[in-house]
Design a protein around this ligand. Structure first.
Ligand code: SF4
Length: 400
């Protein structure tokens, strides 16, 4: 079995700092298509009130922060526990901190990462929430329940956003149409899971079991924020999630995949492949046009990743009718799967307004899957959930 969610949601995955093309993204901050690699998000100050956003800081950074305010470092650990283990955002409620320190924190910092703006539930139980960051930018998170025949949730997966918008400009993706706006800080990624964990317990009577970085944005372009958020999620003092139940999905940024291998990444890696050859991939994913992020570069990076970690990879492959869904495409895809131990998740496309892609008919899907099976490929077909609330794969576009 796999650590993958039983459903897919996004469209999450493409890159840039690796020399990615700017794509056709209207980008925020006035620089169309600019690759926002490692945009400073740490210890950032809010746009409006010039207060330090503590949800961008991890445990050690909080210790440094309180020391800079003249407090002993253990106050940083207390602050960490209030924010991440207890979910408290109001300093006035942090009763183990001295009153004078609580007052000072209220003046200079904020522990709030976002406000939930709207929340909706699909007929299949999928919950989507739109949230607003202190900057005023908005993004989405989704809770995907796997319900068995007895009506019980076997798995509760949260799909988190790692960026507002995305610079990758995948031609089939609603998020890509937004352009890149900003990186989401580690604590705000953590809080998406925290929020959906409360929703899960309230509606399904169980906590969240899995997390996938497949919402808005390219996670490896918010590299530090994403790794820091995984540290937060797996801390035994906080949500204590299993590191093996976390999946980071990337468009396939070669250099960052090598970095993951070097940095001891232990969660599951998924790569949004979506095409088995360079030409087709470049047509639908502009990032592939650059040599450093093309398929040959991806192959080398994945082989390095596997050599260093011993870990397999999952390829996400969304079928687009007449684009990448022929039996010949399946045979080429089978060749790719032999680069390193892997499996393939086939995703059925969810039409997006304004984009000219069609869903592959069932008979073509069957032929595609059959061809993969005959080649010995481990393949799963994932039927997206939450389509009626635009929470399905590739549909996240802040429509609320
Ligand atoms: S444009 Fe969409 S599919 Fe492409 S990387 Fe960004 S979020 Fe993922």
């Amino acid at each position: 079995m796999t650590d993958q969610p039983s459903t897919d949601i996004t469209g999450a995955d493409l890159p840039s700092g690796d020399g990615a093309p700017s794509a056709n993204t209207p980008a925020a901050n006035g620089s169309p298509g600019t690759a926002p690699e490692d945009t400073p998000d740490d210890a950032g100050r809010t746009d409006d009130r010039d207060r330090v956003r503590l949800k961008a800081l991890g445990r050690e950074e909080l210790e440094t922060f309180v020391e800079d305010l003249g407090q002993p470092s253990y106050r940083g650990r207390q602050l960490y526990n209030w924010m991440y283990a207890k979910g408290v955002t109001d300093f006035a409620e942090m009763s183990s901190l001295p009153q004078s320190f609580r007052d000072e924190l209220s003046d200079v910092a904020t522990a709030t990462s976002f406000e939930v703006v709207t929340q909706s539930q699909s007929a299949d139980g999928t919950v989507k929430a739109l949230f607003e960051l202190p900057s005023g930018e908005q993004a989405e998170m989704v809770l995907i329940p796997d319900i068995d025949e007895r009506g019980e949730a076997q798995r509760l997966t949260v799909c988190v956003s790692s960026q507002v918008g995305c610079a990758m400009g995948c031609t089939f993706c609603a998020t890509g149409m937004l352009g890149f706006r900003e990186n989401i800080p580690a604590g705000a990624i953590y809080d998406q899971v925290w929020h959906m964990n409360e929703v899960a317990q309230e509606r399904f009577g169980q906590p969240v079991t899995n997390v996938v970085y497949m919402g808005m944005g390219e996670p490896l372009l918010n590299y530090d924020g994403v790794l820091k958020s995984i540290d937060l999620l797996t801390d035994e003092d906080t949500l204590n999630l299993s590191i093996h139940r976390i999946t980071v999905s990337t468009v396939g940024l070669a250099r960052r995949i090598r970095d993951l291998a070097d940095d001891g990444f232990r969660s599951h890696l998924a790569v949004s492949l979506h095409a088995p050859d360079n030409e087709t991939r470049s047509d639908i994913m502009p990032i592939n046009e650059a040599e450093k992020t093309s398929l040959p570069a991806l192959k080398e990076a994945l082989q390095y990743y596997h050599d260093e970690t011993g870990r397999p990879v999952t390829y996400e492959y969304c079928l687009f009718h007449g684009v990448n869904d022929s039996v010949a495409d399946a045979k080429r895809l089978a060749t790719v799967t032999r680069w390193i131990p892997s499996k393939v998740n086939i995703i059925m496309y969810n039409p997006v307004d304004g984009l000219n892609y069609e869903r592959t008919p069932e008979d073509k899907l069957d032929a595609f899957v059959q061809a993969l099976v005959e080649e010995g490929v481990t393949v799963t077909v994932r039927r997206s959930r939450g389509q009626d609330i635009d929470a399905a794969c590739g549909q996240l576009a802040n429509k609320g």
